[in-house]
Design a binder for this molecule. Structure first.
Ligand code: ATP
Ligand code: MG
Length: 275
């Protein structure tokens, strides 16, 4: 398999996915109540597609992301990645699944171990998930760093996270996600903690990598306009339910759901790179 192409790119199919959390009730007589964070959500990420999942804070975006990556299970419903029933994976199966599906988190500071060099951070998935030798892993680290725009690789490989800028750190996080040749990347607000001046560059990198490697992308954001830069399809979530979906540019130009209109109206400054 070429090192610059995606591994197993499969459809990711969510059917009637619901996630309920037990929460402490305000009413002392009832000790615990259930809160429905994700409510009967169904959608498919086709192989190679870039799909935006947008919605206000608390609408259930990250809960969906963590269920897709297998970090938590749905209360009901199913999530399948090709033949893999993600909703019922256990540790060994999850480990293999993480070769195919990787996550990029919001916080590049928290996502990297401050004591590990960039080289070590990137070698680990190459060795643990792909089974490469130390020499092969070194070579792959160089390729990965170059692919995410951290060149020359020899300059970045020995650095610790605090010796990098926020944008560079997020590029390392993206390189780590790419290390195992995933078929799907779930990026949960990957630029919201970055300085505005760095956001467009990191988003363009994600879009380019998706295209050049042929992988699928689920891009989670509050920012409807940034969704236009990166995705072809969009799902709008409100209180755990999908209220609108379709081609990103059509939905943004002609939203039919009132909540999507509200989200669009709430944008204070149009995202510069979207025009
Ligand atoms: N472990 C949990 N226990 C109880 N409630 C939870 C838990 N995880 C999430 N929730 C609740 O589920 C809802 C959805 O949370 P989620 O993190 O998915 O929202 P989000 O759309 O990602 O929000 P944001 O844009 O702020 O990141 C929220 O009301 C949250 O408080
Ligand atoms: Mg979230």
């Amino acid at each position: 398999m070429a090192s610059d192409s995606a591994g197993s790119v499969q459809p990711c199919v969510l059917e009637h996915v619901t996630k309920k959390f037990k929460v402490r009730s305000r009413d002392r007589r009832e000790r615990r109540t259930e809160f429905v964070a994700v409510d009967d959500v169904s959608f498919t990420i086709e192989p190679g597609a870039a799909v935006a999942l947008v919605g206000a804070s608390g609408s259930g975006k990250s809960t969906i992301a963590t269920m897709i990556t297998g970090a938590q299970r749905p209360t009901s419903g199913s999530i399948n990645y090709g033949e893999i029933a993600v909703h019922s994976l256990r540790s060994g199966g999850l480990r293999r699944y993480h070769q195919d599906v990787q996550m990029v988190f919001q916080d590049p500071y928290g996502a990297l171990n401050p004591l590990h060099t960039v080289a070590y951070t990137l070698q680990r998935p190459c060795r643990n998930l792909l089974g490469l030798s130390a020499h092969e892993a070194d070579k792959r680290v160089q390729e990965l760093l170059e692919q995410v725009g951290l060149a020359p690789a020899t300059q970045f490989a020995p650095k610790l996270p605090h010796q990098l800028s926020g944008g560079q750190r997020q590029r390392v996080v993206i390189a780590r996600a790419l290390a195992s040749n995933p078929g799907l990347i779930v990026a949960d607000e990957p630029v919201s903690m970055l300085d505005v001046s760095l956001r467009a560059g990191v988003l363009r990198l994600l879009a380019e990598l998706r295209e050049s490697r042929g992988l699928s992308l689920l891009y989670i954001t509050h920012d409807l306009l940034s969704a236009r830069v990166v995705t072809d399809q969009i799902l709008v979530l409100n209180k755990g339910r999908v209220v609108e979906s379709g081609v990103t540019k059509d939905v943004l130009q002609n939203p039919t759901d009132e909540y999507t209109v509200q989200l669009l109206n709430a944008i204070p400054h149009p995202f510069a790179a979207a025009s």
